[in-house]
Design a protein around this ligand. Structure first.
Ligand code: KG4
Ligand code: ZN
Length: 363
């Protein structure tokens, strides 16, 4: 029987300053005692993307308060924390360092063990935190910064089956919104417009479907959308409300179809490994049309489908605390002088990803 472990988690790898307390006891469902997330959208809004220096400074200024808030909301003090788990990469290095430095200071002051966690492992292990999903399972991580298929085999065993070779889908949604004058973050606003549009009117490309494997590409879609928009402007002097809805619907349909087809391929690729579940994580998993396509693919393959609650699909520190607990339970140990890493692929054997993305390194 596993002993009870209560971990403080810290996450600062992108534009969310987050801290959380998670407790796991034996085989019982782990408890999230608190999870505080302070976003930075307003700080970066004017710049059209996350500015690394602004992000790092904001983390450094706010993390103390966020950690205090998480400890206080959990109802337990630092003296009842068993260890601190901190994101040590991949991500924007200034932000990662802010988190690692604070965690190091706290750990040293309190004599607590420090567990470095890979941010992507946090996302990948979330289905076990929320639903105790058994290894191995297939995960599609789709957010503003990440897009990859992972076979999750253990607390520190991940096989990357493929991913984007350029933009992440969330990034494509955000750029589409910008091109069409819709508010950020682009995903929800494009989805709302798409719901009122005709997905058949504009036929956007479905990149890389002719290429074997699970790699994807989304940057060409944005260029195609730009061309369609400019053609309308040239023809009519501007775009009408219905044009915008149809453009959004066509774009969303293209993303959903690419994700669905590649997911079916990923499922076929790992069939011999008998995954227990298809799980999704990342902000794009909130999109109802995309989720519906993935559910259909999963059902066709006879695989249970899981989308954890959105607050745990997007960046948070509960997933980091949990990934730390998983590492300790699996008997994994880390040198106390670990380094913070801007790039840190989960699957060291897979070829490196191209592109670094607006939110830092993709792996
Ligand atoms: O996981 P997340 O909060 O942060 C990281 O990127 O790490 O994901 C945010 C991304 C943004 O690009 C946002 O536009 C996208 O997820 N997103 C959506 C939807 N809600 C959020 N994309 C499509 N449809 C949505 N409903
Ligand atoms: Zn993330």
């Amino acid at each position: 029987m596993d002993r009870t472990l209560t971990f403080l988690g810290i996450e600062t790898s992108c534009d969310d300053t987050a801290a959380a307390v998670v407790r796991a006891s034996g085989a019982a469902r782990p408890e999230i005692l608190s999870s505080e997330v302070l976003g930075q959208t307003a700080l970066h809004e004017a710049f059209g993307g996350v500015v690394p220096e602004i992000a790092a400074r904001a983390h450094a200024e706010r993390l103390d308060g966020v950690v205090e808030a998480a400890l206080s909301a959990s109802g337990i003090g630092l003296d009842r924390i068993d260890a601190i788990a901190v994101t040590a990469g991949p991500g924007l290095i200034g932000g990662v360092l802010s988190g690692v430095m604070l965690a190091r200071g706290l750990a040293a002051a309190r004599g607590l063990p420090l567990v470095p966690v890979n941010h992507l492992a946090g996302h990948a292990l979330t289905p076990r935190l929320t639903d105790k999903v058994e290894f191995p399972y297939l995960m599609l991580l789709v957010s503003g910064g990440h897009c990859q298929f992972l076979m999750v085999k253990g607390a520190d065993s991940f096989q990357r089956l493929g991913g984007t070779i350029d933009d992440a889908p969330g990034e494509a949604f955000d750029k589409t919104a910008k091109l069409l004058g819709l508010p950020q973050p682009g995903g929800p606003s494009v989805e709302a417009e798409a719901a009122l549009g005709d997905p058949q009117r504009f036929r956007f490309p479905r990149p890389l479907l002719d290429r074997e494997g699970c790699d994807m590409s989304f940057s060409g879609l944005k260029t195609a959308l730009l061309r369609a928009r400019d053609a309308l402007v040239a023809e009519k002097g501007g775009i009408a409300v219905q044009d915008r809805r149809d453009l959004c619907a066509g774009f969303q349909q293209a993303v959903a179809e690419v994700l669905a087809i590649k997911t079916a391929r990923a499922i076929a690729t790992v069939a011999d490994l008998r995954p227990t579940t298809l799980a999704v994580a990342g902000g794009v998993a909130a999109n109802r049309a995309i989720r519906a396509c993935l559910e259909t693919v999963s059902a066709k393959a006879g695989l249970p489908f899981l989308a954890p609650p959105l607050r745990l699909c997007t960046d948070n520190a509960a997933m980091i605390a949990w990934a730390g607990i998983e590492r300790v339970r699996a008997g994994l140990t880390d040198a106390p002088d670990f380094i913070a890493r801007p790039r840190w692929p989960l699957d060291q054997a897979a070829p490196a990803l191209l592109g670094s993305g607006k939110k830092g390194a993709k792996a």
